[in-house]
Design a binder for this molecule. Structure first.
Ligand code: CUA
Length: 312
């Protein structure tokens, strides 16, 4: 999974890459022409005709022509930039879906709204999109300025607190693309990553249907004990799990957390071991983040991990 603006995997990233190549190649040509002219001028010796009125006239014409060419190049570059930039704010396809992007210190919330509020889906740090369909992103922040950036799919868009701006994203083919916060937002700015999961439309629909379901009931005694511990502890002051009394929106939604590939904003793979060390002491992994350490005994911690792992 490379983070590469020159390896575009969707229409917006492609227009940005094309613009970069246009700027780069034109600047390259201008650079070579100027350097060749410079060396030619340095090597040339003066001769008698240099001060003649004809030469002065010819030079005036040459300088005027060179200025006109420079002006044309600058206007062309300006127009290309303006059109590329406009393309970034207006989705070109039909049937766009809309997702809210909400920045937090230091994680991402992606919210899929629906006409029925109970069908709204929150998918922290994992943006699922259907392949070939434009997805409009309503972008804002809960706290400080962040910046949404998925190099292979879309350029940077700032998340400004108290303000909603729009951008859009689209992928050509299925794949997992890494994104990164691109605006310094505090101590854990570097650990504010995300995954974009582009999947065929049918699979995307299946995913969203599944995310709308309440959390599965505990299947074992240990998971049951884990749920009781979870609901009886401070976890519920920040997290929500649909189908249980936990309903706070301060931290990431956990209803189907076990289906996600990573934890802690794409900082760690979502494995039982990482989950265990994260719950035990998140401050050791992402110092300064809002989640406090859990003062749980080892077997209680194991039960909570078993319960969270069951949230498929
Ligand atoms: Cu959020 Cu940097």
């Amino acid at each position: 999974m490379d983070l590469n603006v020159l390896n575009p995997q969707g229409p917006i990233a492609r227009s940005i890459a094309q613009l970069s190549w246009a700027l780069f190649s034109l600047s390259g040509i201008v650079y070579v022409v100027v350097i060749v002219a410079l060396f030619w001028a340095l090597r040339r010796t003066r001769d008698e005709s240099d001060d003649s009125p004809q030469t002065t006239k010819r030079l005036t014409r040459t300088v005027a022509a060179a200025s006109a060419v420079s002006a044309c190049i600058l206007v062309a570059l300006t127009l290309t930039t303006v059109f590329a930039d406009r393309g970034l704010t207006q989705p070109s396809g039909q049937g766009a879906i809309e997702v809210d992007v909400i920045g937090h210190m230091w994680w991402w919330d992606f919210r899929y709204r629906d006409v029925t509020p109970s069908d709204w889906v929150n998918s922290p740090n994992e943006l699922h999109i259907p392949v070939g369909v434009p997805v409009v992103l309503r972008v804002t922040s809960q706290d400080v300025i962040h910046s949404f950036w998925v190099p292979n799919l879309v350029g940077k868009r700032d998340l400004v607190p108290g303000q909603v701006t729009y951008t859009w994203i689209q992928a050509d083919k299925p794949g997992v693309f890494r994104g990164q916060c691109a605006e310094f937002c505090g101590y854990q700015h570097a650990h504010m990553a995300l995954l974009v999961i582009a999947e065929p439309v049918a699979e995307f629909q299946k995913w969203i249907q599944h995310q709308r379901q309440p959390a599965p009931e505990p299947a074992t005694a240990e998971q049951q004990r884990g749920r009781d511990l979870f609901l009886g502890s401070t976890c519920v002051t920040c997290h929500s799990i649909r189908g249980t009394p936990a309903g706070s929106r301060i931290g990431p939604e956990l209803t189907h957390v076990a289906t996600r590939r990573t934890i802690a904003a794409a900082t760690l793979p979502n494995t039982p071991e990482h989950l265990r060390s994260w719950i035990a002491n998140p401050q050791a992994i992402k110092p300064g983040n809002r989640m406090p350490p859990s003062p749980l005994a080892a077997d209680d911690l194991g039960a909570v991990v078993a319960y969270v792992r069951s949230l498929q």
